[in-house]
Design a protein around this ligand. Structure first.
Ligand SMILES: Nc1nc2c(ncn2[C@@H]2O[C@H](COP(=O)(O)OP(=O)(O)O)[C@@H](O)[C@H]2O)c(=O)[nH]1
Ligand SMILES: [Mg+2]
Length: 277
């Protein structure tokens, strides 16, 4: 049985007063669901004292997420620079398309800088979206990604500039340095750029996601999370830990491969998805 089915069974048993599961078992199920050790123990203790498990769990999670579900506010900077980072295939480029779509729908102009310059297919993938959605694309095959970002920031006239970066593993120090350089050169033009540095996480990433936040955050602080692929069956339980322990807000979730498949994170839906299979 999957961890989430077991978690649901455990909670249903507790709710019905059957309580064939003890609180320690519930605690380890919460840990398995990627809530982290500290929080799991806190929650288990609260649940132990309560007769209405589901309500307590829901209200505790609502409290945790309070203030951490953010919307984009681009006022204050023009261009407002949003940089996306993450491991290979986490959903960065698709997220770019979603953000373009979102900002365009608000009547804002958007340019994009393609900083995944060393992979042949990368430009084409982004070009498809920028052509379709009507944005200027700054790119340069095999060029230094930092120089592409620099030129984009120097030349853009748009309200928003989105920087798409290449996927990289935090263990690859050369690639992490390359990312650091992108931030550094942008600061030569605007010390406050990027105004949002978002980490795109694959909802199926599991506990490793927390390590990703720490590693990418060591290069430049992460101001927000995008949870991509929330539609593919993963529960993304780790997002609770990221919010609760690392205090990083969530700016949206990806729920498909199209530009419109993006929505605000919703705690009720998250809990429903988590415990109601
Ligand atoms: N189902 C689903 N697929 C997604 C989502 N976001 C990205 N993908 C797919 O995941 C794959 C990798 O996405 P991509 O944006 O290229 O990742 P990148 O390497 O981080 O730029 C592609 O096949 C995307 O279509 C999402 O929210 N839901
Ligand atoms: Mg990409």
């Amino acid at each position: 049985m999957s961890i989430f089915k077991r978690l649901k069974t455990a909670i249903v048993d507790l709710i019905s007063g059957k309580s064939s599961i003890d609180i320690e078992e519930l605690e380890s199920l919460l840990i398995e669901a990627d809530f982290g050790v500290t929080l799991s123990s806190e929650l288990a203790n609260k649940l132990k004292k309560s007769t209405d498990t589901k309500t307590v769990l829901t209200s505790e999670l609502i409290k945790i997420f309070e203030g951490y579900i953010k919307d984009f506010d681009i006022s204050g900077h023009k261009p407002f620079v949003i940089s996306l980072c993450g491991v290979n295939g986490s959903g960065k480029t698709t997220t770019v398309a979603k953000l373009i779509h979102k900002f365009k729908a608000q009547g804002l102009s958007v340019d994009v800088s393609a900083c995944d310059t060393f992979r042949a297919a990368a430009d084409a993938q982004l070009e498809k979206w920028t052509d379709r959605l009507g944005c200027r694309l700054f790119s340069g095959t095999n060029k230094d990604p930092a120089s592409v970002a620099y030129t984009a920031l120097q030349e853009t006239k748009s309200d928003v500039l989105i920087i798409d970066t290449a996927g990289r593993l935090p263990t690859n120090s050369n690639l992490m340095d390359e990312l650091g350089k992108i931030y550094r050169v942008m600061k030569k033009i605007d010390v406050s750029a990027p105004h949002l540095n978002l980490l795109v996480l694959d909802a199926t990433a599991g506990q490793n996601a927390v390590e990703q936040v720490k590693s990418f955050g060591a290069v430049s602080s992460i101001n927000g999370i995008i949870l991509a692929k929330a539609d593919v069956g993963a529960k993304g339980g780790f997002i609770v830990r990221i919010v609760n322990e690392l205090h990083i807000p969530i700016f949206g979730i990806g729920i498909g491969e199209q530009p419109e498949d993006f929505e605000k994170f919703n705690v009720d839906k998250f809990i429903k998805n988590l415990i109601e299979e």
